[in-house]
Design a protein around this ligand. Sequence first.
Ligand code: SF4
Ligand code: SF4
Length: 241
Amino acid sequence: MQKSPLPNAKPLHDAARYWGADLVAVADTSRLEGIETDPSDLLQGYPRAVSIAVHLADGIMDHITSRPTPLYARHYQNVNALLDHIAIRISGLLQSWGGKALPVPASHILSEERFTAAISHKAVAIQAGLGWQGKPTILVTPQFGPRVRLTTVLTDLVLPAGKPIKNKCAKCTYCVEACPAGAIKNASTALHYDLRSEALDLDACVGQLRSNEQEKHIPPYLCGVCVSACPWGRPKGSEKR
Ligand code: SF4
Ligand code: SF4
């Protein structure tokens, strides 16, 4: 049976920000029906998913032009660790309010073949209204563009939920031009993709990610080029690539 909702989600937002989150929103998980999860019944009993974002440092991201840097690699891992920490604190808070909570790890690939995790944090964030799906299927937030890392906490508390926001990619092609693998298929219009393969040449993208592994200090599956190139993420007044 579903628990009574809190009057609003402000205490949750305030706590998440206090612990280091930059953006927080709540998704109604009925909007995620049909999404692939591992295990397949992961969302059962969880009507809400809290989406949490931490802003990546612009000083790190501005250095990425054609491949990930060692500084980005370490920053990426540190931000993931911060997200995991915030998710654990949020879970404790939800439980102290009488709810059940399931913190999903920020970065935890379960299928190396299909490149999937327990749930897509991006899909949750889009349904929560944190941002829209950009052309390379990255999440683009109005505040920080795609320069965010994400995590998710599932809960049975029926918190007030957000709604998806309008896609603002329009005719922009910065990421398409920057991608070293030429993997982004659609340059012309803003679309929503249900499958990554509709948006990306996955073999080319994953091949690029794997090629970066050969470099010292770069862990598997890191790129960051499209994330760095997006004008929505570049600090105001900085030159847009
Ligand atoms: S992650 Fe890298 S290879 Fe994949 S679409 Fe973005 S820029 Fe291209
Ligand atoms: S660079 Fe442009 S097209 Fe690509 S995700 Fe950002 S806004 Fe969308």
